[in-house]
Write a protein that binds this ligand. Structure first.
Ligand code: XMP
Length: 512
C-alpha cells in the first residue's frame, strides 16, 4: 500500500509480546509493523522506520539458539527501544554485561529511579512495573546511563540519548506496569521524534485511495459472513468504489437469529449496496444429514459454501476482484508462528482458492480493535461492529451430533436468549464469547405433571485476549438463573440448562 505514515518496526523475539507492543504503538497513533528477528538490517531499513522496538522473548540470551539481531541494525542510526529480552540483547551486542544470576523477577516489582530520565518522567521511588525475566543486565554498554534498578535488576532502565537507544527490563506494553503506555509514548515522541499520523480518518482515507487505485473502474465481489471483518471490508470497499461492489450473503441455516435481517437492513437498506442473498439452508441440512464427525461436518460446510459462492460468481462475468477481511495478525511474517492445528478452520465467507480473482484486502494492515473502530466510523451498527467472534461454520460447530433443521432451530432460539441476557447484564463487551451449545444427549425431566425427555442446552461464556487461551467466565448467579428459566420456558425441546466450566486448554472454545 502507498502510505505516508511514520512507521515503527517491532522486531519479534518470540512469545506473544510483539503483537501487544505493535498494538500499543498503534494506540499512540503511530503505524507499526512486526518483523521476525531473522530480518536483516536491510530488510528492516526497507520499511523506512522512524524507530525500532525489540520485543521480549522466552529465550535466555545465553541459550545456544538465542535469537539475535543483525548487528548492522545498530549502525542504521534509527532510535531503538529494547524491552526485556530486547534490552538484554542490545546490552550484550553493544558491549555491556548480562548475568545469569539464577534469580529471576516475575510479576509486579518496585522500581528505584536513580537519575532523571525521559523514559521514567515523573516516576517516584517504588513505581510499579511488570517483570518477567531470568537473566538480568549487570552493566550497561559504554555510553549508556544507568537510570533505574530494582531489588534483583541492577540495571532496569538504561539510556543513551546521543544514539537514541533505550532499554527497559520491565514490560511497558502490559497494563500491570503503571504508566507503561507513557514509556512507549515518550520513546516514540521525545526520543525518536515520530509523528503520530496513524489516525482513524487517515487510515480510512489511505485505504480508500489504495482500493480506488487497485480497482479502477472494475467490479468487486465480497462475501458477507455476518462477522465484523467481512462487514468492515465491504463498507470500506463501498466507500471507495460505491456501486462497483456486489456483496453475496449465503444463509447456510447455521447463522444466528436475526443475522440475515441485520445484513439486509445494513447493507441493502442503509448502504444501498448491491446484495445477493442466497437462501441455502435446505442444501446445508441435506448435505449434513447423518453426519456426526466434527471434522467431516466442518469440511462439508466449507465446501458447500464455496460451491454456492462459485455458482453465484459464475453468473457475474464482469467481476475481477474479491474483497476479503484478512487481518494483520493473519499476515504477520514472524519467525515464531505456532503451527499446531487442533481444528481445521474454515472461513466461510472466505476465499475459494482456485478462483480467478485478484484479492482486495483492505484490512491487511489492521488489528481487530482497529477494524471495529473503523467500522463504527464508517457507519456500521454497533451491534455488528462489537459482535463477538463467530466461527466460519456457524452454529454447525455448536450442534454436537447430527445437524438438522429442528436442532438448528432449537440452538438458534437458545443462543438468542444467551446473547440478549448477557447484554442485559451489561457483560457483552467484557466477555470474549458467549453462546449456547446443543449436545447430542437427552435427559429425563418433569414439566407440569408430565415426564419430559429432551435436550439440555449448555451455556458457554469465556474471557480471553486472543482465543489462544481462554477462561470460563464467572457469570453472576442471577444471570445463570435467568438463562436457565428463559431457555426452558421459551425453547421447545429443551428441559435442562448446564454451564460449561472448562477453560482452554484443556477445552477449546467451540465444542467441535
Ligand atoms: P477454538 O474452538 O479452537 O476456537 O478454541 C478459537 C476461536 O476460533 C473461532 N473458530 C473459528 N473461526 N473459522 C473461523 O473463522 C472456523 O472454522 C472456526 N472455528 C473456531 C472460535 O469461535 C474461537 O473464537
Amino acid at each position: 500500500m502507498i502510505h505516508t505514515f511514520d512507521t515503527v518496526v517491532v522486531v519479534d523475539f518470540g512469545a506473544q509480546y510483539a503483537q501487544l507492543i505493535a498494538r500499543r504503538v498503534r494506540e499512540a497513533e503511530v503505524y507499526s509493523v512486526i518483523v521476525s528477528h531473522q530480518a536483516s538490517a536491510a530488510e528492516i531499513a526497507a520499511h523506512q522506520p522512524k524507530a525500532i522496538i525489540l520485543s521480549g522473548g522466552p529465550a535466555s540470551v545465553y541459550a545456544d539458539v538465542a535469537p539475535r539481531l543483525d548487528p548492522a541494525v545498530y549502525e542504521l542510526g534509527i532510535p531503538i527501544l529494547g524491552i526485556c529480552y530486547g534490552a538484554q540483547l542490545l546490552t550484550l551486542q553493544l558491549g555491556g554485561d548480562v548475568g545469569r544470576t539464577g534469580v529471576g523477577e516475575y510479576g509486579r516489582t518496585a522500581l528505584s529511579p536513580l537519575t532523571a530520565s525521559i523514559t521514567m518522567a515523573g516516576w517516584e521511588e517504588g513505581h510499579s512495573v511488570w517483570m518477567s525475566h531470568g537473566d538480568s543486565i549487570q552493566t550497561p554498554p559504554p555510553g549508556f546511563t544507568l537510570c533505574a534498578s530494582t531489588a534483583h535488576s541492577p540495571v532496569a532502565v538504561l539510556e543513551d540519548l546521543d544514539r537514541k537507544i533505550v532499554g527497559v527490563q520491565f514490560h511497558p506494553e502490559v497494563g500491570h506496569t503503571d504508566d507503561g503506555q507513557g514509556v512507549i509514548r515518550r520513546f516514540l515522541f521525545e526520543v525518536a521524534g515520530v509523528t503520530p499520523n496513524w489516525t482513524r480518518s487517515s487510515v480510512i482515507d489511505a485505504q480508500v485511495a489504495a482500493i480506488r487505485e487497485q480497482v479502477g473502474t472494475r467490479r468487486v465481489l465480497c462475501a458477507l459472513s455476518g462477522g465484523v471483518d467481512s462487514a468492515v471490508a465491504a463498507a470500506l470497499v463501498h466507500r471507495a468504489v460505491g456501486d462497483q461492489l456486489t456483496c453475496v450473503y449465503v444463509d447456510t441455516g447455521l447463522m444466528r437469529k436475526g443475522e440475515s435481517a441485520q445484513i439486509e437492513a445494513t447493507f441493502r437498506a442503509q448502504f444501498a449496496i448491491d446484495l445477493i442473498h442466497i437462501e441455502a439452508a435446505d442444501r446445508f441440512y441435506v448435505a449434513l444429514a447423518g453426519i456426526t464427525e466434527p471434522e467431516s461436518k466442518r469440511k462439508i460446510i466449507g465446501e458447500l459454501f464455496i460451491r454456492i459462492f462459485e455458482e453465484v460468481a459464475a453468473k457475474l462475468t464482469e467481476v475481477d476482484f474479491l474483497a476479503q477481511g484478512t487481518l494483520y495478525p493473519d499476515v504477520i511474517e514472524s519467525g515464531t508462528k505456532d503451527a499446531a492445528t487442533i481444528k481445521s478452520h474454515h472461513n466461510v465467507g472466505g476465499l475459494p482458492e482456485d478462483m480467478q480473482f485478484v484479492l482486495v484486502e483492505p484490512l491487511r494492515l489492521l488489528f481487530k480493535d482497529e477494524v471495529r473502530q473503523i467500522g463504527a466510523d464508517l457507519g456500521l451498527p454497533a451491534a455488528m461492529v462489537w459482535r463477538q467472534p463467530f466461527p466460519g461454520p456457524g452454529l454447525g460447530v455448536r450442534i454436537v451430533g447430527e445437524v438438522t433443521r429442528e436442532r438448528a432451530e432449537i440452538l438458534r432460539a437458545a443462543d438468542a436468549i444467551v446473547l440478549e441476557e448477557v447484554a442485559n447484564f451489561g457483560l457483552d463487551r467484557e466477555l470474549w464469547q458467549y453462546f449456547a451449545v446443543l449436545p447430542a444427549v437427552r435427559s429425563v425431566g418433569v414439566m407440569g405433571d408430565e415426564r419430559t425427555y429432551a435436550y439440555p442446552i449448555i451455556v458457554r461464556a469465556v474471557t480471553s485476549d486472543d482465543a489462544m487461551t481462554a477462561d470460563w467466565a464467572r457469570l453472576p448467579y442471577e444471570l445463570l438463573e435467568r438463562l436457565s428459566t428463559r431457555i426452558i420456558n421459551e425453547v421447545d425441546g429443551v428441559n435442562r440448562v448446564a454451564y460449561d466450566i472448562t477453560s482452554k486448554p484443556p477445552g477449546t472454545i467451540e465444542w467441535e
